[in-house]
Ligand binder design. Structure first.
Ligand SMILES: Nc1nc2c(ncn2[C@@H]2O[C@H](COP(=O)(O)OP(=O)(O)O)[C@@H](O)[C@H]2O)c(=O)[nH]1
Ligand SMILES: [Mg+2]
Length: 708
């Protein structure tokens, strides 16, 4: 492949709900540009983009993949992404390095929730959006309805540049209101004939054309003057105006297409070349420590790694974008996150699984490299003597958590290592070895995401595992104040043990007053690592217990807080006031007071009407209105409390509070209730008392906790 200057590079990411036709569109673009000589298809697993074994098996995209094509002297780096929310982690890195996002909408289904989520992220990265309404050949295609939905969801900036001459099965021509031309396609698709707009469509096309001119002129003062003078804008002025409107996010142009029939992709690529921004024209990425990075294409080399994947017989493959200067094979680069230097051996551009070696990549271009030591996902690398670090990629919080159980004893460490590697490749996978739950926990963007992790563990790493529901991190607390005392006395041969502690144990709350009948001398407040507080008050008068024994008493109480007296779960929000006790001049020591503290605390706790608390989450569901009733009904069977509803066009947001223990398999349930058309996220809200029957059950279960 040739070398391209920055001005001739276009970085495009394909985004949108699963099944809208992104992979098919990528294949069609590769074919139209002559990059491939035959079009593969998703069902046969023969596309360039869906080349991983799991993608062929599932007949859909799981990973993002980079393809490169030349369209009339411009190099288009095209990144196809999996539209399923489960694999959204893959899409976020691709979005970060692309200047333009093509949102592919399905003309039959309109705007779907998958699009919604990527839309927000694209705005965060200041990516320039283009909409493509695909599948206009579908018998139930409705271009206008889809366009209206897009306007409703994404704003009046959504403006059609094209519309179908006839939609549905008879689709064969597109009216272009920028060029004021009709493109008519041969039966097999491909290169269209350019024809005048037929009489029957002339008025509508002219009306839309004038509207487009007005929007462009409205947003550009110089063009406004020209428009006033001439009453119209010529094609060049229109294109210039459109381009500046797109850069300022004032216009989101809409194209129409049938990827499957190969009708319309050539015009889209032409538009990308002539109107979509070059890497040198867009807002720079955010720096790790804030502020915008401004690229210098003539400066020293600097790159950012946005995707890593370990491939058989190849090793770690890292995909990067050049953000400064030009990178050449053989160059040494310093990793800004650890200061280590690595050599870029060979550089590649990729066509899905195929790679072509190149010697230079300029600012803005995207490529891949193998065997890069000491570098990984999200790292910035630069030439010596020139330092910068870009902000890494942020992922949404995991929506599904599972505990990983090894099916073969002794494999636990290997599983941990494999999971860590998978996390390094794609940090949207969250991995935690929970001491508290005594489980290895993984979190991801959906059950399919976790299923793909299981697939990797078994196929790539040859490890058999089972995923089980994680235990719930319950907490314990008390509901009334209780006094107790404990005397620890042991006489065995030589030195004995002696310590006596009297304490008042109370439920703690913010700004609570001191106890009424006890004089407080010293207060220590501990923020517990598992949430909540422990307040310790030394109220000893007359030196009946030495100050030097207080830390031991605290230690004893702390130990019992960590494995709560009621069920072994962690305890929180407790105040302990030690107000009396006794010592022995010879036998008193720290160990004795630790035991006395622990035992007195345990006794008081169990008498103080202990209460189990459960984590409660704020759950927000975005759902098409027709499924509202089902979703609300399901939430209430999960002990959910509906907090509110918001309607945004044809989609509704439901807000509810639901105990974590009731959210098992919610993702799957929601998906099946709504045909995969709803999405949700949840965030920890608070710990709340569990109902009595649940408390009894949990106590039985936690007592029988087996090690995993
Ligand atoms: N009728 C019709 N079907 C299409 C079109 N584009 C894609 N499809 C079909 O839609 C399904 C999903 O396509 P795919 O490219 O995998 O979508 P992705 O999930 O967005 O990558 C496949 O069965 C395609 O054959 C189109 O323009 N028209
Ligand atoms: Mg796909």
């Amino acid at each position: 492949m040739n070398t391209y200057t920055s001005e001739r590079v276009r970085n495009i990411v394909l985004l949108g709900h699963a099944g809208s036709g992104k992979t098919t569109l990528a294949e069609t673009m590769l074919f139209e540009s002559g990059t491939i000589s035959r079009r593969g298809n998703v069902a046969a697993g023969s596309t360039v983009s869906d080349y991983h074994p799991i993608e062929k098996e599932k007949q859909k995209s799981v990973y993002s993949s980079l393809m490169t094509l030349d369209w009339r002297g411009h190099k288009i780096n095209l990144i196809d992404t999996p539209g399923t929310l489960d694999f959204s982690g893959e899409s976020f890195g691709s979005l970060k390095v692309s200047d333009t996002s093509i949102f592919v909408l399905d003309a039959e289904r309109g705007v779907e929730v998958g699009t919604e989520m990527f839309w927000k992220q694209a705005a965060n990265y200041k990516s320039i959006p283009i909409f493509v309404i695909n599948k206009v050949d579908h018998p139930k295609a409705d271009f206008n309805r889809t366009l209206e939905m897009a306007k409703e969801r994404f704003g009046r900036e959504v403006v059609a540049i094209q519309y179908p001459y006839e939609q549905g099965e008879g689709f064969h021509a597109i009216i272009d209101i920028l060029k004021m031309t009709m493109y008519e396609f041969p039966e097999e698709g491909g290169k269209p004939d350019k024809l005048p707009i037929p009489e029957s469509h002339r008025d509508r096309a002219q009306l839309l054309h004038n509207e487009l001119i007005e929007i462009i002129a409205e947003n550009d003062e110089t063009l406004m003057d020209v428009y006033f003078e001439k009453g119209t804008l010529d094609e060049e002025e229109l294109i210039d105006g459109l381009r500046s409107c797109m850069l300022n996010r004032q216009i989101f142009p809409v194209f129409c297409l049938s990827a499957e029939r190969n009708m319309g992709s050539g015009r889209l690529m032409g538009f990308i070349d002539s109107v979509a921004p070059a890497p040198t024209e867009v807002t720079g990425p955010e720096l790790a420590h804030g502020g915008e990075y401004k690229s210098d294409k003539d400066g020293k080399a600097g790159i950012f790694i946005f995707k890593t994947y370990s491939e058989d017989h190849v090793g770690d493959l890292m995909y990067f974008r050049v953000y400064n200067g030009s990178v050449k094979s053989g160059m040494d680069l310093v990793n800004s996150s650890n200061g280590n230097s690595s050599r870029l051996s060979s550089l590649f551009v990729s066509q899905g699984s195929k790679r072509d070696e190149v010697s230079v990549l300029n600012t803005g271009d995207i490529g891949a490299v193998v065997k890069l030591k000491d570098a990984g996902f999200g790292d910035t690398l630069h030439e010596k003597g020139f330092e910068f670090q870009l902000k890494s990629i942020e992922y949404p919080a995991p929506t599904v958590r599972m505990a990983v159980k090894s099916l073969k004893t002794g494999d636990e460490d290997k599983i941990g290592m494999a999971l860590n590697q998978l996390h390094r490749e794609a940090p949207s996978l969250f991995v935690e070895h929970s001491q508290e739950l005594r489980q290895m926990i993984i979190g991801g963007q959906g059950e399919e995401h976790l299923a793909s992790i299981k697939h990797s563990l078994s196929h790539r790493f040859k490890l058999s595992v089972e995923f089980v529901e994680p235990r719930i991190p319950y907490r314990e607390t008390i509901t009334k104040p209780v006094k107790s005392n404990y005397k620890h006395k042991k006489q065995s041969g030589g030195a004995g043990q002696y310590g006596e502690v009297h304490m008042l144990v109370e439920p703690w709350y913010e700004d609570m007053p001191p106890p009424p009948d006890i004089q407080v001398r010293d207060v220590q407040t501990f923020d517990l690592p598992w949430g909540g507080k422990f307040v310790f008050q030394n109220c000893i008068v007359g030196g009946v217990i030495d100050n030097r024994f207080m830390p031991a008493i605290i230690k004893g109480v702390m130990e019992k807080l960590e494995t709560g007296p009621l069920s072994g779960c962690r305890a929180r929000d407790i105040r302990v006031s030690v107000y009396d006790g006794s010592m022995h001049s010879v036998d008193s020591n720290e160990a004795a007071f630790k035991t006395a503290g622990l035992m007195a605390f345990k006794k008081a706790f169990l008498d103080a009407s202990p209460q189990l608390l459960e984590p409660v989450y704020n759950v927000e569901v975005l759902v098409p209105s027709e499924f509202m009733g089902d979703v609300m009904g399901d939430l209430s069977t999960r002990r959910g409390q509906i907090q509110g509803m918001d309607s945004e066009g044809s989609l509704q947001t439901i807000k509810a509070r639901v105990p974590l223990s009731e959210m098992n398999r919610y993702y799957t349930q929601l998906k099946s209730m709504t045909q995969g058309r709803a999405t949700y996220h949840m965030e920890f809200a608070e710990y709340a008392p569990v109902p009595r029957d649940v408390q009894d059950r949990v106590m039985r279960e936690t007592m029988e906790l087996e090690e995993v």
